[in-house]
Ligand binder design. Structure first.
Ligand code: FES
Length: 290
């Protein structure tokens, strides 16, 4: 492992260190987030998948994964740890670099596809960085050797065990203050686009529902009427949550804050544009999607 660092140029060492540490941190960030596997939380992996399903050109894949969100969440955590550790400790490094590239590419299509200009979404930069690192490791051989001797197989096994252990450890060092529970009633639109009976939504109340397009959305009722927004953050597609105490919509991923009472405009954070408006109206006794 030490000799691998010595034999690399300073530039490649910097890239390797950055990618390795970042992937371990990404795994830890999820493992220590008690909301990541909690269905009632704004950071729940299933809500992120729902956002990807409605935003990504490969949305149909993410739509299928929603039912197995817990498995997907565990898999993502373990793989992130494994890629980061393998990169730092030089275990199957070429395979790890390719896995890092594939993961970044997937996230680019899933989470950052609509970020404009594209350079504001970090996944594209990571995909290119991993690809460049992978090609450097492949070098002029133009052939990827994935064969493992006995020692190599043992190191891969040990690394997998450490990745599993670290994922479990996250539960014991959880960021308890980071969990954002949803503070609204919940439901979904019926076939006829009825969202909720007006009598069931008091003035000042909010109601979460799935719009007819499937986009998770939040409805507001004020003395002036009703309005609704998509809950998909315009930064990288996480699901925002309404904070009744602050009267703001907050994205748990990178803390973009939107003002629902001013066209969901961005008050702070990296989101490039307001949340998408969902057209709703009052029709008789009902709030309906227009
Ligand atoms: S996804 Fe990054 S701020 Fe919302």
């Amino acid at each position: 492992m030490v000799s691998s660092w010595r034999s690399q140029s300073p530039g490649i060492r910097v890239i390797r260190l950055w990618l390795g540490v970042t992937w371990i941190y990404a795994g830890w960030d999820k493992a220590s987030d008690p909301g990541f596997l909690d269905k009632a939380s704004a950071t729940y992996i299933g809500r992120q998948l729902a956002g990807y399903a409605s935003n990504s050109p490969a949305g149909f894949i993410f739509q299928r994964l929603i039912a197995d969100a817990l498995v997907v969440g565990l898999f993502v955590m373990i793989v992130e740890f494994a890629i980061g550790l393998a990169t730092l400790f030089w275990v199957a490094p070429t395979l790890a670099a390719f896995a890092g590239f594939a993961m970044s590419l997937g996230l680019w299509t899933a989470a950052t596809w609509h970020v404009k200009p594209y350079f504001l979404g970090s996944d594209s930069a990571y995909a290119v960085l991993w690809l460049a690192y992978f090609l450097t490791l492949v070098g002029r051989r133009r052939r990827v050797d994935l064969s493992l001797d006995r020692r190599g197989a043992m190191r891969v096994g040990a690394l997998g065990a450490i990745a599993l252990l670290t994922t479990g450890l996250g539960r014991y060092f959880s960021k308890s203050s980071s969990i954002v529970k949803i503070g609204t009633q919940k439901g979904s639109t019926s076939d006829s686009n009825h969202i909720i009976k007006l009598a069931d939504l008091s003035v000042g109340g909010t109601y979460e529902f799935a719009a007819s397009s499937g986009v998770p959305s939040v409805l507001f009722r004020t003395s002036q009427g009703v309005f609704a927004y998509s809950e998909i953050c315009t930064h990288q597609g996480c699901t925002v949550a309404y904070s009744p105490a602050d009267k703001l919509l907050v994205c748990p991923c990178h803390q973009s804050i939107f003002d629902p009472f001013d066209s969901a405009k961005v008050l702070s954070g990296p989101a490039p544009s307001p949340l998408a408006k969902i057209k709703v109206a009052i029709k008789g006794d009902w709030v309906v999607q227009a």
